[in-house]
Design a protein around this ligand. Structure first.
Ligand SMILES: Cc1ncc(COP(=O)(O)O)c(C=O)c1O
Length: 395
């Protein structure tokens, strides 16, 4: 037997070989080929304007020299998070907030709170790839429900019903969903709450992209930060909301009925007290970061709206089409199924220097989808989309 199998846990026994696409991009980059990157998800690396002076002044604060450990995070920072929701007409009690280092960490904490080994959480399919790792690291199983496209994206409520079994503990809702950009409809949300109530499940609602709508529209589910019909964990953080992933600050808002909510808060206190993972500098910087964040968010919104509109107009009357999205940082292009997604991605990279992800990276059920980041600098984005349209029409 390979000795590493005896040394390390089975849960870390991951397949780590680079795939064909990552091998190709590495070799092209080594050879100096110019590439347009449509996979970029890091807003600090794509020419978005940041108010640097304001951010530097936010972190230069003498309060960083004092350490006041609190499993929920500094009260002053939690009160600012409450202010943020107040502007959305949602009342949040600061004692129901747990600050975390990131939304990913928040998921992990909630999985630990809710699940015994082998119990499961429902997550949407397609979705972004982090869930597999989060579930494995917490010995939790994932069951899937579907998000389907028919002129626009929609949650398949029947698939949620089918996926629930006796070991299901929670349903993850991503509003708006990544990578499809679908906002959750109020009717669907009410149906999901009813299912959660009936089956004694919690809801985990990820709202990291909620402020990135392309247009406003009636009927969308607003933040669930004030919802208490079932035990609900609402997640957000400054990584996406303010385009500041390097600052490492997220939060969980816990709502529900008494006494279950008190039990949740006390158990979370112990989990978070074990790690105390949120750093003091970001918490004391938060008032000024909220101000700077408005400018950054606006700059990101301008970029993604302009790129989404480019995507729609440039793919009109072509052999590929852009799927309708309502917000978020990604666009989806449907290409003819005469090749596999992987072949399309490899060939676009090799022949046109356009680097994008095939849909199967995000667990799309069917073949024929390519995912493009709307964060890419707008001129490069236009060029990349015209290369895609051109390539698809000539093969
Ligand atoms: C929908 C969604 N939720 C959460 C995260 C993780 O965010 P954070 O940087 O706060 O861990 C991501 C990252 O891509 C995401 O797409």
């Amino acid at each position: 037997m390979n000795p590493s199998h005896m040394t390390f846990s089975k849960r870390t026994n991951w397949h780590r070989q680079p795939n064909k696409l990552s091998r190709l991009i590495d070799s092209l980059r080594k050879n100096g080929k110019s590439i347009i990157d449509l996979t970029i998800s890091n807003p600090t690396e794509c020419g978005i304007g940041y108010p640097e002076e304001e951010i530097l002044s936010a972190i230069s604060n003498p309060s960083v020299f004092h350490y006041e450990p609190d499993p929920r995070g500094l009260l002053s920072a939690r009160e600012l998070v409450c202010e943020f929701y107040k502007k959305k007409n949602i009342v949040v009690d600061p004692s129901n907030i747990f600050l975390t280092a990131s939304t990913s960490e928040a998921y992990s904490i909630i999985f630990k709170l809710l699940c015994n080994v082998g119990e499961n959480i429902l997550v949407p399919k397609p979705s972004y790839p982090l869930f597999d790792y989060l579930a494995q690291l917490n010995d939790v199983e994932l069951n899937y429900y579907c998000v389907r496209y028919d002129h626009e994206w929609q949650v398949d409520i029947d698939s949620i019903k089918t996926a629930i079994n006796k070991d299901t503990k929670a349903i993850v809702l991503i509003n708006p969903h990544n990578p499809t950009g679908m906002y959750l409809r109020q009717n669907d949300y009410r149906g999901i709450v009813a299912l959660a109530k009936e089956n004694n499940l919690s809801l985990i609602v990820d709202e990291v992209f909620i402020d990135y709508a392309f247009e406003s529209e009636e009927g969308r589910t607003a933040s669930t930060a004030g919802e208490s019909e079932v035990l609900t964990f609402t997640l957000n953080g400054i990584s996406k909301m303010m385009g500041l992933p390097q600052m490492k600050l997220g939060w969980i808002i816990v709502n529900g009925q008494k006494p279950i909510i008190n039990e949740a808060l006390e158990r979370l206190d112990i989990i978070c007290d074990t790690f105390l993972s949120v750093n003091t500098p970001v918490q004391v910087a938060l008032p000024k970061l909220f101000d700077a964040g408005k400018i950054i968010q606006q700059n990101i919104l301008t970029r993604i709206r302009s790129n989404y509109s480019t995507l729609i107009t440039q793919t009109l009357n072509s052999s590929c089409s852009a799927l309708t999205a309502q917000g978020g940082w990604y666009g989806i292009v449907r290409v003819p199924r005469i090749k596999s997604e992987e072949e399309w991605a490899l060939q676009l990279l090799e022949t046109k220097g356009v680097y994008l992800f095939p849909g199967y990276f995000f667990d799309f059920e069917d073949d024929g989808y390519l995912i493009v980041s709307l964060l890419t600098e707008s001129f490069a984005f236009q060029k990349a989309v015209s290369e895609i349209v051109d390539y698809v029409s000539t093969v």
